[in-house]
Design a protein around this ligand. Structure first.
Ligand code: CP
Length: 315
């Protein structure tokens, strides 16, 4: 039996994943997809408990982790918004995490501060899975995005991947770019207004890996050359100047007209929620994978991750 590299580990950043780790995750995610499609659920995590500790709003990440745990036969403690927890009495993150570590086997955490997942991991006796730490990272979203690309193209090398929108604040971008840049022959196109460019420290890391990266302001010229168009929302909650947000929120809009320029094989992705940056008229285009594929894959990859983190002999 091979060693399971995920067992008992915190999942804090996409930088933790190697290509070999990703192969394991893809393989187990396919297994989970097959279980759900054929029998709906399994009981491999019977007796295990997951705390979903969400200090920031979420629909997909919160619900898909809970669905994942239920489909694996485990149970969960759902905490969303923290309004009725002792956080409202001033309890700090470390004490909150120590508390739920006593009741559960894994904690899935979303929090507004960059580095909060790392802080929690230092305090916790059970693994912490980062479900978004402010404008930092969202490594499980990156896994589902990676899985979605792999299921469509069966490779990353040779693809032209275009990331569009709020690259400064988009934690899904920060995590996904670290995964796809593990592949030396990928081309990465970064499309954003100057003020929302990818943070320079992330760009430096990616460039060190010697992958091709181009930064640009305009989207229309690159669409025809892209295999993946990954669109993100301009993140209103990260702006102090709301007038600036209003100017930038619809800087790019994906329309059926724009997609006429794209290849038939191109896929359009979005982590969601969207607030107007992809017109709903695009939803029925077979190239749009943000509704069904990405969301279903979110459940399969989170099932895979939970089973690997909680079961020594899973792989
Ligand atoms: N993609 C994503 O993280 O969505 P939620 O904010 O709804 O969890």
């Amino acid at each position: 039996m091979n060693k399971n590299p995920f067992f008992g580990r915190d999942i804090l950043s996409s930088e933790q994943y190697s290509k070999e780790n990703l192969e394991i995750l893809v393989s187990v995610s396919r297994e989970m997809k097959s279980i759900v499609e054929n029998v709906g659920s399994t009981d491999i995590l019977k007796g295990k408990v997951m705390t979903a500790l969400f200090y920031e709003p979420s629909s997909r990440t919160f619900a898909s982790f809970i669905a994942a745990m239920q489909r694996l036969g485990g149970s969960f403690i759902p905490l969303q918004g923290m309004t009725y927890s002792s956080v409202t009495k001033g309890e700090n993150l470390e004490d909150t995490v120590r508390t739920f570590a006593c009741y559960s086997d894994v904690i899935v955490q979303r929090h507004p501060e960059v580095g909060s997942a790392k802080r929690s991991a230092a305090a916790s006796t059970v693994p912490i899975i980062n479900a978004g730490d402010g404008v930092g990272e969202h490594p499980t979203q990156a896994l589902l995005d990676y899985f979605t690309i792999i299921e469509r193209f069966r490779k990353i090398d040779g693809l032209s991947i275009t990331m569009v929108g709020d690259l400064l604040n988009g934690r899904t971008i920060h995590s996904l770019i670290k995964l796809v840049s593990l592949y030396k022959s990928v081309k990465i196109n970064l499309v954003s207004p100057d003020i929302l460019k990818l943070p320079s420290e992330i760009l430096k890391k990616i460039k060190k890996r010697r992958v091709k990266v181009n930064e640009m302001d305009r989207l229309d010229g690159i669409v025809a050359k892209s295999d993946v168009v990954y669109v993100t929302r301009v993140q209103k909650e990260r702006f102090t100047d709301l007038n600036l947000y209003e100017k930038l929120k619809h800087y790019y809009i994906i329309t059926p007209q724009l997609l006429k320029k794209a290849k038939k094989t191109t896929i359009v992705m979005h982590p969601l929620p969207r607030v107007g940056e992809i017109e709903s008229a695009v939803d029925d285009d077979p190239r749009a994978v943000y509704i069904k594929d990405q969301m279903r894959n979110g459940m399969y990859t989170r099932m895979a991750l939970l089973s690997l983190v909680l079961q020594k002999n899973k792989f």
